[in-house]
Structure formats: C-alpha cells, structure tokens
Design a protein around this ligand. Structure first.
Ligand code: GLV
Length: 386
C-alpha cells in the first residue's frame, strides 16, 4: 500500500515534489548529470553500499553533532553547497537558503553564478557566509568580486577547480536547453511554464529579477540557460593552473577551500598550493562521467594528505546516515547540493528547515546506534567492513 504522502519525510520526497513543481527543463538541469550519468548514480549508490555496524549498550544519552571549522561552531558537519541559478528554482532561493542555514547552525556557500547577489544575501544574513568562485578570464573582475565578498563579510572562499571545460548534460540537450529547437520544439518547451503555474507565479513573477546578481555587468539576463551556457563557455578560464592559486592567495587573505579534487595527486598539489581545505568532489556527477564517486575517493585522499588539511566531501549525500558514513571515511564535513534546492523548490524555507532538522535527527540516531555519541567517535570502526 503506498503511503498517503501528506508530509515529506526524506530527501527523495522533496525531490519528487520539486519534480512536480518545476518546469521540466529546470528540474532536469538541477537533477541531471553529465553524459550517461554513471558517476551521478555511483555517488548515491556507493553511499548506499556502505554499511554501518550496529552497536548496543553504550551510554548514548548525550549525542553531540557539533564541529568547529575555521574557528566557527557548526551544529553538524554539513554545509549548503554552491548552486548556480538557484534563484530560478525557488523564489530568491539564495536568500532563503542563507536564512535556513543560519537557523540550522551550518554554513551556506553562495555561488558565483547565483541569482541573488552577494549584497542581497548579506542583507538577509546575520553571520558570515561562504563565497564560491570560478576563475574567469577577466582577472580584474575576479579581483573585484573578491573585494565585494570581503566587504560583505565573507571569510571563506571556495574555489572551484573542476570546471575548466563543461561536461555535456544530455538531459539539457534533449530539453533544447543548448539550442537546436524546431518551431514545434520551441512551442513544446514554452508550454512548460503555463503548465507549472505555481512555479510561474512564485518564481517566474514574484522571484524577479532573474539576472546573475554577482555578474550583472557580464551577463545581463539569466532568463535562459542558453545565455548561461554561452557565458560559462566564454568566461571560465581553461588555462587556470596551480600557479593561479598563488595569485589568488595574494589577493585573498581569508580561508581558502579548493573544490573539485578527486585524486590523491591533486589533493597533495592543493595542500602544497596553500589550501586550508579541500572538497572531494566530482561536481555532483555533472562534469567527467565514469570517474570515481566522491565517497569512494575520500578515504584515499585522507590517507594521502593526513590530518592537518580539512577535508569536506560532496556528491550523493542524501541523509544524516550518509553524513556519518562520510565522516567514518575520513571527511570532516559534507556539503549537500541538490537536496537543499529540491526542498526549497518544493516547500520554500519551511521545507529546507524541515529537511535540515531531518538530517540532524538522522545523524543523532546513527551516532547513537553505532555507539558513537561524539564526532570524534565516528571512525572507520563504526563501519561494517567484513
Ligand atoms: C555549474 O556549476 C553546473 O554544474 O551547472
């Protein structure tokens, strides 16, 4: 018997609600991955295949999920990953996200290619949030962006390094997001907006302006993903190397996290280049397909860089159980991307607040029933590896 499905309980429930709410092309842009989506699937499946070891008769009356990162307290080892175009999925999504993150006591990372600008998000925030940067060809613009980030109080920069070129997402191609639409195709694609009236009113009308808040001078309109793609292709700098990190370091004196590391060699290079932390990531399976899942690579990278470097991982985290599994595999913290925007698209900030509470309670239960009441207790010993 199917449930009544009156109240969303899990990340998957918010995904289904977001799928109903969003025009198909936007949902697919968010949900899809590169090429055959094998890495996208592996990110989730490899978490599912990790088993924890049930332990009993430990005193688990007090569970503590707090961690400290860069001198800041986090209520749990989780942050909201940067997502481009979030404000097209939910009304002023970046503002809602920073509020939800603060309420849950976790960091929010604003994307370079957000709809809401640094300044708009800062107005809603009461604490420093993180800022994510892509290296653009126009270094003066990069410098200007970092100055803006600094002046609104950002102390942590997440520098994304796995987008030198853009992986093709076949769902976007099929939906005509990359062009090539016949007149009938244009009509069919256009029908997605009136047939999703809740989104059309809430985001399409009330969520304006639809421009890249941080890049208004560069990309005047984010109305179509075709504009976005054209801009990405033209502006992201494929010549960027570790040398550029030196330059970045010379103009950014805050914390620097390098995101998009998926090999031991690159992890070591990032540390050598002066990163304070790395994000083990394959960009949510949106870039090179047929690479390792992030969770599979995490323990190898931890072994290679040792305990001094902060390791965050993203890709495939769908529950509080997954956070515990990631920590047991050597991460200090995780990021979620799709789950937070599914929840916001489905139910607004109330949805994201509820999802974050769910992650926290799932972590609590996982820690209690593996006999690991403190974060430091979460080691590979809580995994069933036999
Ligand atoms: C951009 O970062 C994307 O994954 O679409």
């Amino acid at each position: 018997m199917p449930s009544l499905n009156l109240v969303p309980a899990s990340t998957g429930d918010y995904r289904r609600l977001a799928e109903k709410r969003l025009p198909r092309n936007l949902f697919d842009y968010l949900d899809g991955g590169a090429y055959g989506e094998t890495t996208l699937e592996a990110n989730v499946e490899d978490f599912e295949n990790i088993q924890m070891k049930q332990r009993v008769m430990h005193d688990v009356s007090k569970i503590d999920t707090h961690i400290n990162m860069f001198g800041n307290d986090m209520a749990m080892p989780l942050g909201l990953a940067p997502i481009g175009l979030a404000g097209m999925m939910a009304r002023r999504a970046e503002v809602q996200a920073v509020k939800a993150a603060e309420k849950a006591g976790i960091p929010y990372c604003l994307s370079t290619v957000s709809i809401c600008s640094l300044e708009e998000v800062a107005k809603a925030a009461t604490k420093p949030f993180w800022f994510q940067l892509y290296m653009m060809r126009d270094r003066a613009y990069v410098k200007g962006l970092l100055e803006r980030a600094k002046s609104v109080g950002c102390q942590t920069l997440v520098f994304t390094v796995d987008l030198a070129v853009v992986g093709a997402r076949y769902r976007d191609v099929r939906n005509g997001m990359i062009g090539g639409l016949s007149p009938f195709g244009k009509l069919r694609a256009g029908l997605e907006y009136p047939t999703h009236p809740k989104w059309a009113f809430d985001v399409g009308v009330k969520g304006k302006p639809h421009v890249f808040g941080n890049l208004a001078d560069f990309v005047p309109s984010a109305k179509s993903i075709i504009d976005f793609k054209a801009w990405v292709d033209a502006q992201f700098d494929p010549s960027c190397t570790w040398k550029d990190i030196e330059w970045l370091r010379s103009i950014w004196d805050g914390n620097l996290i390098i995101k998009g590391i998926l090999s031991v060699e690159d992890a070591k290079a990032a540390v050598a280049a002066g990163a304070d932390g790395i994000v083990v990531s394959n960009h949510g399976g949106r870039q090179l397909d047929s690479v390792s899942s992030s969770i599979n690579m995490t323990p190898r990278i931890r072994d290679a860089v040792g305990d001094k470097t902060i390791i965050i991982m993203d890709g495939g985290v769908r529950s509080g159980q997954d956070i515990v599994k990631a920590l047991a595999n050597g991460a200090q913290s995780v990021l979620i991307g799709r789950p937070w925007i599914w929840a916001l698209a489905a139910r607004g900030q109330a949805g994201l607040d509820a999802l974050l509470r769910t992650f926290k309670s799932e972590m609590n239960v996982s820690m209690a029933l593996t006999g690991a009441p403190k974060i430091a207790d979460i080691t590979s010993k809580i995994l069933d590896t036999d």
